[in-house]
Design a protein around this ligand. Structure first.
Ligand code: IMP
Length: 423
């Protein structure tokens, strides 16, 4: 009868999708609580790679219900593409996929606004995925948004028109010279909306409340990472939702005292896609090796990810903000072959040594202080038991557990479901 929570502790792309897929067998309901198609959750099994953007990562299992919560923003066009892809597999997703009426819709003009706003920022651009996330959340908090439940009302297209007209004026204001054909985009959008309307819309907070009363098990699935949180991330280089634990409460209507375990996912090193500070970023061969071996390219945009050593100052902050009870370490296999590894345990900040994340971590203020550790050379990808892990990796893990005061219960050694070691 528990609600457990799973979220990313770095700048996203930690491998949440894989772990949700692995854990789904233990749950009745998988519920995504924030973000939108800026996410790209990659799952691999039976030799096939699947990338999901909005649909929860439990969809490939027989029984679990997959719920898109009120905190998520949905682009019907991308959602339709995801479903078209699922249609190519023998998968009865209709009976297992539920959508909150309170989730907000990404309109075509939100996407254009995102692009126009980014273009206007010049060098200060965030590196947005340009999926319309920021403008949609702006309309949500500005109380102008269109929600999934509105699609059941007769006059929703009138509201759509008036909002789209307002957006067009805003796009003109940016004077970004972005060219677009709104008629074409709208045709695609309305067609996708009709498809969306064939799915099941629910009052998801009530559904989840009743599910808890019936003793069902729920896993809340986060997107992006804690350092991209709108409040606690490296603002303004963040996304527009609360990616941290509190986001599961507001994004699903789950009471905080109902949350039991908080699973925090992190990579054995650090990556970031898009702009913004990254103290342990590497510009040398080590960074290039991580990028190459780890296939560090964005699942949504295909952009190369920036790579660097593990930053325990940032990770400790994320563990604290989320109340993480169990850690899961991803991509340890990518570090095989490094003769020594560095872990950042403190920063020099304005001339002083600090171990907490300060207000700003721009390179001019922060220099990482590293602890060096011995690397391992063994190929981990075929290992299936904790007893097989090399001593140096065990030392790395023990060091992290001590620093983070939290156990590491899963070590992932490859993208496939089967490459998962329990400790
Ligand atoms: P937006 O959420 O698309 O506006 O992007 C804002 C920032 O968050 C950019 O730096 C993106 O690269 C980053 N971002 C958004 N979603 C993800 C994700 O799923 N993984 C990694 N970075 C992301």
């Amino acid at each position: 009868m528990a609600v457990n929570l799973l979220l990313g502790l770095q700048w996203g792309d930690e491998g949440k999708g894989k772990i949700v897929d692995v854990l789904t067998k233990n749950y009745d309901i998988i519920a995504r609580f924030q973000g939108g198609p800026n996410a790209g959750h990659t799952l691999e099994f039976d030799g096939i790679k699947h990338v999901l953007h909005t649909i929860p990562s439990g969809i490939f299992h027989d029984k679990a219900i997959n719920l898109v919560g009120n905190g998520v923003v949905i682009d019907p066009v991308i959602f339709k593409k995801e479903l078209d892809n699922l249609n190519t597999f023998d998968l009865d997703y209709r009976s297992k996929l539920l959508i909150s009426r309170k989730a907000h819709l990404i309109l075509p003009t939100h996407r254009i606004l995102d692009a126009a706003s980014e273009a206007s920022k010049g060098k200060a651009k965030i590196g947005s995925t340009l999926k319309g996330i920021g403008p949609t959340y702006m309309d949500k908090t500005g109380r102008n948004g269109i929600r999934v439940g509105d699609l059941e009302l007769k006059d929703w297209k009138k509201r759509y028109r008036s909002l789209a007209n307002k957006h067009e004026a805003m796009i003109d204001f940016y004077d970004s010279k972005i060219e677009y054909n709104l008629k074409e985009l709208e045709n695609e959008f309305f067609e996708a909306v009709e498809m969306l309307k064939t799915l099941t819309f629910i009052d998801s907070e009530e559904y989840l409340y009743q599910a808890q009363k019936e003793g069902k098990t729920i896993l809340a699935e986060g997107a992006q990472g804690s350092l991209l949180d709108i409040d606690f991330g490296t603002y303004p280089f963040v996304t527009s939702s609360n990616t941290t634990a509190a986001g599961a409460c507001t994004g699903l209507g789950i009471a905080p005292n109902k949350i039991k375990e908080v699973f925090g996912i992190f990579k054995a090193y650090t990556t970031r896609v898009g702009s913004g500070p990254f103290p342990t970023e590497l510009f040398d061969n080590d960074g290039a090796t991580m990028a190459k071996v780890g296939h560090e390219f964005g699942a949504t945009t295909g952009r190369p990810r920036r790579c660097g050593w593990l930053d325990l100052v940032a990770l400790k902050y994320a563990v604290q903000v989320n109340g993480v009870t169990q850690l899961m370490m991803m991509k340890g296999d990518v570090l095989s072959g490094f003769s020594s590894l560095k872990v950042c345990t403190a920063y020099t900040y304005k001339g002083k040594t600090i171990t907490h994340l300060p207000y700003t971590i721009e390179p001019e203020n922060v220099t990482p202080i590293y602890t060096e550790m011995k690397g391992w050379s063994e190929d981990l990808t075929k290992m299936t038991k904790a007893s097989e892990l090399p001593d140096e990796l065990n030392e790395y893990i023990t060091f992290l557990e001590k620093e983070l005061e939290t156990p590491i219960t899963i070590v992932s050694v490859g993208p496939d479901r089967k490459q998962t070691i329990y400790r």
